[in-house]
Design a protein around this ligand. Structure first.
Ligand code: C5P
Length: 223
């Protein structure tokens, strides 16, 4: 990375899962360690950006020079993202839960009776799509897409339907505890308008640095 190429830019990153409470001791969540998002926040800060990292619950240290805002649920993440705007660049890496339990039980649910309780779900806000549609949309808006099949094709569709500039697609097929989720490496495809790059497998840090380099190039083109 060239010397502080993102100096003067505000970069917003979301990372980690969201936890959607069922009762005080239980929640619904996606699998996400937060490692890729944290690596991107660190790389953007190293490149001189002012970085706001809106983070779901993870076990990771805050990268140097990053402003971290901790959230629990998707609704809290959505509120924190809105509060952090405007941003020049937003990179939404969080594995936001698509649904939340419709009714939060204020007391721990008990295992009484024979039938297990039904879990009724409501839809969560799509944070990325709402940022894309907002009046203060960042100049460069990047989404992530974890896919198990037709990775690039689904990412192309998602780029259009969500109204974002770039989608970083990663293949998460395979057993749930396999490499990508929670692991240190990632294999991604960068999907832009009319152009797809297939990157070799590399560490999440290297994915982050390569992405930040491309972001800096793109902002320079626009300047
Ligand atoms: O549709 P899907 O969840 O696969 O899209 C993934 C992208 O959308 C990621 O960038 C993720 O952070 C973002 N997203 C979001 N809010 C949601 C769901 C996904 O910001 N409710």
């Amino acid at each position: 990375i060239e010397h502080r190429p993102l100096y003067g830019k505000h970069v917003l990153v979301t990372a980690g899962p969201t936890h959607e409470p069922i009762d005080p001791v239980r929640y619904l969540a996606n699998r996400s360690s937060g490692k890729q998002g944290y690596a991107i926040a660190a790389a953007a800060a190293a490149a001189g950006a002012q970085v706001t990292l809106v983070s779901g619950p993870v076990h990771l240290a805050t990268p140097l020079g990053v402003d971290r805002v901790d959230v629990g649920s998707a609704q809290e993440m959505s509120d924190a993202v809105r509060a952090a705007m405007p941003a020049d660049v937003a990179i939404m890496v969080a594995a936001v839960a698509d649904w939340r339990p419709r009714d939060f039980k204020g007391e721990k649910m008990k295992k009484r009776g024979s039938a297990p309780p039904a879990l009724i779900l409501s839809e969560n806000p799509d944070i990325l799509a709402s940022v894309a549609a907002s009046a203060d949309r960042p100049d460069l808006l990047i989404g992530f897409a974890a896919e198990t099949n037709d990775v690039v094709e689904n990412a192309r569709k998602k780029r259009k339907s969500k109204g974002v500039d770039w989608i970083v697609a990663n293949d998460v097929s395979g057993p749930p505890d396999d490499s990508v989720m929670g692991g240190d490496d990632n294999k991604v495809h960068l999907v832009r308008e009319g152009k797809v790059e297939h990157w070799d497998a590399m560490t999440k840090q290297d994915v982050a640095m390569k992405l930040v380099t491309q972001i800096a190039e793109r902002l320079t083109e626009d300047a």
